[in-house]
Design a protein around this ligand. Structure first.
Ligand code: COI
Length: 363
């Protein structure tokens, strides 16, 4: 039972039916927002309260709010999928709720109880149900819960008043080119996270620190940036907002181990399960960039892909670095990559049985 009751304060829609249909016909990623949002507030004195669903719109924030100065902020990403019978479901939300709690602990923010997190998702999706794309599409409603230090205070300490919101945005493919093999730039100047830092937390700061690397990647004609560990710059961490996998010719599926500097991806964990079930030997390991590049050249590694909630599973076709370029397989989309993607999305859209109990109904 959720302690918070997200009551809706208004039912007036912000966007007309025609405009919504136009947006849903080609939503892209992250540019359009729905009619409503959920919010709640935590204070040191009273804990969580003030839960409501309100019209989507600007947040009033003091210029002295701690988040604007010290970046005390965390977030999550999930999707709502429409099934053929019209019902709406989300994927492994408990895992996101638990990760939000872990991120909160790391950023000295209050933990939101799991039931309240789930209630906030239900409330937004119930209010914004017409925004969930049709079951016949490969689109979804992306849900973005986030929490920040709204307190007006410039001393450096954990905030005594914190705001939580869930906003929603209809989503097509994350990458503008769609599900096409990515070109990935290997950053040797920047790292995303250091030992003892916030690398495993889903906090805005990690993404902020990835932006220069991402810009450098774009300047090199690449779609994404790959970060190496900050200490030795020898092992693979992750991309700017996605985990990374490599498949060898002899059926081993490799991904960096959770050493504290990479995000514990929900898609990552689901892939490990699905891959093991189809007989691949999954290994969470120390992936040395030198070995990976060598094995790409020798043909030992045959496929690589990026994964995350937004990106789902996206093939990688090429790596670029100052020292050269390396093609992955034949540079196209790997067969196993696409087949894992198909299986995962078939589960999410209810096209095959949910044998792991990963889906939660929202509407
Ligand atoms: C997600 O996959 O949900 C993320 O938060 C990553 C971001 C690149 C959109």
């Amino acid at each position: 039972m959720s302690a918070l009751d997200f009551t809706q304060t208004s039912t007036t829609r912000r966007v007309g039916e025609d405009e919504r249909a136009q947006i849903l016909a080609d939503p892209g990623f992250g540019s359009h927002f729905t009619d409503f949002m959920a919010r709640a507030r935590w204070t040191l004195e009273d804990g969580w309260g003030g839960a409501e669903v309100v019209p989507f719109g600007p947040i009033q924030l003091s210029p002295g709010s701690a988040v604007l100065h010290y970046g005390q902020e965390i977030f999550e990403g999930l999707k709502a999928f429409r099934h053929a019978d019209g019902s709406v479901w989300t994927f492994r939300p408990q895992a996101n709720a638990e990760r939000l709690q872990r991120s909160a602990r790391r950023l000295a923010l209050p933990e939101l109880p799991i039931e309240d997190f789930l209630a906030s998702l239900r409330a937004v999706v119930a209010a914004d149900e017409p925004w969930v794309p049709e079951a016949t599409s490969e689109e979804s409603l992306y849900l973005r819960p986030f929490m920040f230090a709204g307190e007006e205070f410039l001393g450096v300490r954990a905030a005594h008043s914190v705001d939580y919101y869930v906003i929603a945005s209809p989503a097509g493919p994350y990458f503008p080119r769609g599900v096409q093999p990515l070109v990935v730039w290997i950053s040797d100047d920047y790292s995303r996270a250091g030992a003892g830092g916030t690398g495993a937390a889903k906090c805005g700061g990690n993404y902020a620190s990835s932006l220069l690397g991402k810009r450098e990647a774009a300047e090199q004609g690449a779609d994404e940036v790959l970060f190496l560990d900050s200490e030795t710059r020898s092992s693979i961490d992750e991309l700017s907002g996605m985990n990374v996998f490599a498949l060898t010719r002899d059926g081993r599926l490799l991904t960096p181990a959770l050493t504290g500097s990479i995000l514990e991806g929900v898609t990552r964990s689901s892939i490990l399960t699905l891959a093991a079930e189809r007989g691949l030997q999954v290994e969470e390991t120390h992936l040395l960039i030198s070995e990976v590049l060598e094995q790409l050249s020798s043909g030992e590694i045959v496929e690589m892909f990026a994964c995350g909630t937004a990106a789902v599973i996206n093939p990688i076709g090429e790596f670029r670095a100052r020292g050269g370029t390396w093609t992955v397989g034949d540079g196209g989309s790997g067969e196993t990559t696409l087949s894992l993607r198909q299986e995962l999305t078939d589960i999410q859209y209810g096209r095959i049985p949910d044998r792991h109990g990963w889906l939660t109904r929202l509407v």
